[in-house]
Design a protein around this ligand. Structure first.
Ligand SMILES: Nc1nc2c(ncn2[C@@H]2O[C@H](COP(=O)(O)OP(=O)(O)OP(=O)(O)O)[C@@H](O)[C@H]2O)c(=O)[nH]1
Ligand SMILES: [Mg+2]
Length: 205
């Protein structure tokens, strides 16, 4: 898929105020600092469309970007950031939870995990919650430039094995990416393109 346009639309913390157009939507979620905003910039080939930072907690709201005038990318704040106060954590949880449960055109979420880390309880719990609530998702391994090919393979296998032993018979789709090396881009965009096709086919009827 060629990215012809990528425009910031709005930021807010209320799912009922998100854009009303019935376009297919893809959200990026994962621990703080995992590389959500960087990945959005890499996919759209726009250097600073989404705000990135070396300090966790950069992205604060639900940020909508409209791509090629016919689908949305959503950048979300990260979870698991220790320095956020308890009150902020609860508020965050509430609006993110509402977003996932109420956003009707959300066709797929991408749960990002740092390829260097072994499965973390917070990510496992989050994926479990997504599964239980019927929110479709795929896994994106980030920062693959940090490991050698053999180590990448080992980490990915270990991760998927854990998911299939602890949670599901089949692991969700997964992608291996590096925003620094721009790898995994074609695969993620092809996946989005395929789901967009199904979405528009289904809404035609
Ligand atoms: N080496 C490497 N570093 C990356 C990659 N992607 C992101 N980073 C770095 O990781 C840090 C966090 O990136 P962000 O994209 O801001 O992460 P985020 O998940 O949006 O973070 P929050 O908005 O704070 O939740 C930045 O310092 C990025 O430069 C990658 O593919 N490879
Ligand atoms: Mg961010």
């Amino acid at each position: 898929m060629k990215i012809k346009s990528a425009d910031f639309v709005m930021s807010n913390s209320d799912v009922t105020k998100c854009p009303k157009e019935p376009l297919p939507e893809y959200a990026f979620i994962g621990r703080s600092n995992v590389g959500k905003s960087s990945l959005i910039n890499m996919l759209t080939e726009r250097k600073s469309l989404a705000k990135t930072s070396g300090r966790p907690g950069k992205t604060q709201l639900i940020n909508h970007f409209k791509i090629n005038e016919n689908w949305f990318l959503v950048d979300l704040p990260g979870y698991g950031y220790a320095r956020v106060s308890k009150k902020d954590k609860n508020t965050f949880q509430k609006y993110i939870t509402n977003y996932f449960l109420q956003r009707e055109q959300l066709v797929c979420s991408f749960v990002l995990v740092d390829i260097r880390h072994d499965p973390q309880p917070i990510d496992m719990e989050f994926m479990q919650w997504m599964g239980e609530n019927g929110v479709p998702f795929a896994i994106i391994f980030t920062k693959a430039d940090k490991l050698k090919p053999k180590a990448i393979e080992r980490q990915v296998n270990q991760y998927l094995n854990k998911l299939t032993t602890d949670m599901w018979e089949e692991a969700p789709p997964h992608f291996i990416t590096s925003s620094s090396h721009r790898s995994g881009r074609d695969e993620v965009l092809a996946y989005i393109d395929e789901i967009n096709g199904q979405f528009f086919e289904a809404t035609k009827k």
